[in-house]
Write a protein that binds this ligand. Structure first.
Ligand code: NDP
Length: 326
């Protein structure tokens, strides 16, 4: 059988992660990386051919699934509908509040073209979403808890870097161990924002900046930090580069419920990720396999992870899965 031909649209963290993930999946091959920048200028030499993104208009016969690796804020709202009219697609759109609206904008062009467009894959949304549904369906009398971290938050790191006097910095989200322990024990506690997560910042100051003023500006920042217990540690540039350039993340989805007055049940799914983008990309690649199969089976239009049967993610056949994993 021939390999599933994958294209990558957008060569950032996820684009590089998809390239790495395809190397781990022998039933797939990377046929091209497409970028809005000059394809010759991409710093990391990619073993795959590099093209200008405009070439996607002509390459429809060469790609089975196009993985959209653009940002959720401004790239995917434009690229999602556009490429769903030309290719089967997978993306990681993660602006939770706008997912229903994004689904509609992708569904219409995909359906019209007979293409399959899987939106919002990854881990949250993505694997965490699936585990929330399993939890709710299996334990209807219960509570769902999501804890994030320990992980680097891109949005909060950006917010720290915008504070006057900050030369560079990162922010980690830390789940509260005490809160997790209570949830695991089946207490079903009502937890406030401050009780669930702490925030930890590592900051490099600009020359002559007032550390106390910077700390105060960070911990009191509305929405980002004021509702949390936040620590700020000042470090030098070398330490930042040596100890804080990875992108770890992860977290827990826990459903705690009662099947009768006497019986508590707790379900937990947890992720400890060395690299958030590389893991997210691995999920996108598995969903690309499912999308290829769904399209061949005549299932078209926009889809979410809820619409994909688990067996479709596996390179193994249904018969193999029945024999080996059931
Ligand atoms: P990046 O900022 O690394 O890349 C986004 C786009 O920016 C790329 O597709 C690329 O497009 C362009 N780009 C990348 N590097 C440069 C550069 N040096 N100069 C100019 N342009 C550049 O984002 P990520 O790959 O880290 O994340 C993409 C999205 O993935 C996020 O917005 C987030 O919403 C989502 N995500 C979802 C997760 C989930 O669980 N569902 C988890 C993690 C992320 P081009 O090549 O065309 O220039």
């Amino acid at each position: 059988t021939s390999k599933i031909r994958i294209g990558i649209a957008g060569y950032g963290n996820l684009g590089r992660g998809v390239q790495a993930a395809i190397a781990k999946n022998p039933d797939m091959e990377l046929v091209g990386v497409y970028t809005r920048r000059d394809p010759q200028d991409l710093q990391l030499a990619s073993p795959a051919p590099r093209f200008a993104i405009a070439d996607l208009q002509q390459h429809t016969g060469q790609i089975d699934v196009l993985i959209l690796c653009g940002g959720s804020k401004s790239d995917l709202p434009e690229q999602g509908p556009k490429y769903a009219a030309l290719y089967n697609t997978v993306d990681s759109f993660d602006t939770h509040a706008r997912i229903p609206e994004y689904f509609e904008t992708v569904d219409a062009p995909a359906k019209a073209a007979g293409k399959t467009a899987l939106i919002s894959a990854g881990w949250d949304p993505g694997m965490f979403s699936i585990n929330r549904v399993y939890g709710e369906a299996l334990l209807p009398d219960g509570e769902t808890y999501t804890f994030w971290g320990r992980g680097l938050s891109q949005g909060h790191s950006d917010a720290v870097r915008r504070v006057p006097g900050v030369a560079a910095g990162v922010q980690y989200t830390i789940p509260s161990q005490e809160a997790i322990d209570r949830v695991r024990a089946g207490e079903r506690p009502a937890l406030g924002t401050r009780e669930k997560h702490q925030r930890e910042c590592f900051v490099v100051l600009e020359d002559g900046a007032d550390a106390e003023a910077v700390r105060e500006a960070i911990v009191t920042m509305e929405h980002y930090f004021d509702q949390y217990d936040t620590t700020v540690e000042f470090i030098d540039e070398q330490t930042l580069a040596a100890e804080h350039s990875a992108m770890p993340h992860g977290g827990f989805v826990i459903r705690s419920g009662n099947t009768s007055d006497a019986q508590k049940q707790v379900i937990e799914y947890s992720l400890a990720l060395g690299s958030n983008p590389e893991f997210t990309s691995s999920v996108l690649v598995a969903y690309a396999r499912a999308v290829h199969r769904m399209n061949q089976a005549g299932i078209t239009g926009a889809q979410t992870v809820y619409d994909v049967a688990p067996g479709l993610l596996s390179p193994k056949s249904a018969a193999q899965l029945r024999a080996e994993l059931l």
